[in-house]
Ligand binder design. Structure first.
Ligand code: CAA
Length: 287
């Protein structure tokens, strides 16, 4: 099993917002990055946005020009799970769906080297259940990044029932090597952050649904009244309303308390395809 300093090659699966941000962090941290997505358009979009983001950091003097260009060169786009055979650590950031993730873990277990650590960026799905799809549950762990990964300072590490102390220590040191602070959660629905964040977002939807106030006033209340950088409805759009709904459903079914039941307005927006900023419309419209 690789220790943190031996993690030289990192596979990142999913070239969406989270996957691109994670790939950027690993490349800037000196790792060779294999960015995997079946969709070539998503891969080229990711490389453009990672390059732009790193060059912005260089322009601001937070990264040297050489380090910026070297980081970009360290990212290789690939399209098949087999291409991750040399990775020391694989972090998956695919769609928040347990069946999809489990199938991926089965494949990863077959193709990656026996020492590789397999991590999931899941927002709420059980790491223990994902690990059970593999023959190496002690090497499976949750590495939950926050959006946008290059900016947010936290990685929430989730230990599955069988995650070994060595794997936890390696992933913790690796996260710190990426410049992040770490918190550790046991494997319960929603872990730490979403267990607390999603009920707040859901409550904001209830406030809107029941006519307590306008969306603008709900958001301004939390921004100006509690110093949050974004109001809860704007944040929900930023995260993706589909992701919020899926986390709430995991909390509701996993903890069995009606207080986690998703607000009908949130459900309706998702049914209507109003998924937030990524779709141009959610609670708000984006031009
Ligand atoms: N990639 C890289 N850098 C970015 C970025 C991105 N996508 N978005 C913003 N930045 C950088 C900007 O370049 C800027 O850097 P400088 O200060 O060095 O110039 C800095 O971040 C601030 O950006 P802006 O001035 O454009 O805007 P802002 O001050 O409004 O900050 C924000 C933007 C950082 C997103 C801020 O609004 C914020 O912190 N919002 C809350 C985000 C949050 O809570 N995320 C977690 C969501 S929960 C989650 O992700 C997990 C889950 O499971 C659901």
């Amino acid at each position: 099993m690789a220790t943190a300093s031996e993690i030289a090659a990192v596979g990142v699966i999913g070239a969406g917002q989270m996957g691109s941000g994670i790939a950027q962090l690993a490349a800037a941290g000196g790792c060779a990055v294999l960015l995997l997505d079946a969709d070539p358009t998503a891969l080229s979009r990711a490389v453009i946005s990672i390059s732009a983001s790193l060059r912005r950091l260089a322009a601001k003097g937070q990264l040297s020009q050489a380090a910026c260009e070297d980081s970009i060169k360290r990212i290789r786009c690939v399209s098949a799970v087999q291409d991750l055979r040399d990775a020391d650590l694989v972090i998956e950031a695919v769609v928040e769906n347990e069946a999809v993730k489990k199938k991926l873990f089965v494949e990863l277990d077959k193709v990656t080297k026996p020492s590789a650590i397999l991590a999931s960026n899941t927002s709420s799905i059980s790491i223990t259940r994902l690990a059970s799809a593999t023959k190496r549950p002690s090497q499976v762990i949750g590495m939950h990044f926050f959006n946008p990964p290059p900016v947010m300072k936290l990685i929430e590490i989730i230990r599955g029932a069988d995650t070994s102390d060595e794997v936890f220590a390696a992933v913790r040191s690796f996260s710190e090597r990426l410049g992040k602070s770490v918190i550790c959660s046991q494997d319960y629905p929603g872990f730490i952050v979403n267990r607390i964040l999603m009920p707040m977002i859901n409550e904001a939807f209830w406030a809107l649904y029941t006519g307590v106030a306008t969306k603008e006033d709900i958001d301004a209340g939390m921004k100006l009244g509690t110093n949050h950088p974004m109001g809860p409805l704007q944040l929900a759009d930023f995260i993706g309303l589909d992701v919020c709904l899926s986390v709430l459903r995991v909390l509701h079914s996993g903890l069995g308390d009606s207080k986690y039941s998703p607000c009908p307005l949130l459900v309706q927006y998702v049914d209507a395809g109003r998924l937030g900023k990524k779709r141009g419309v959610g609670v708000y419209s984006y031009g």
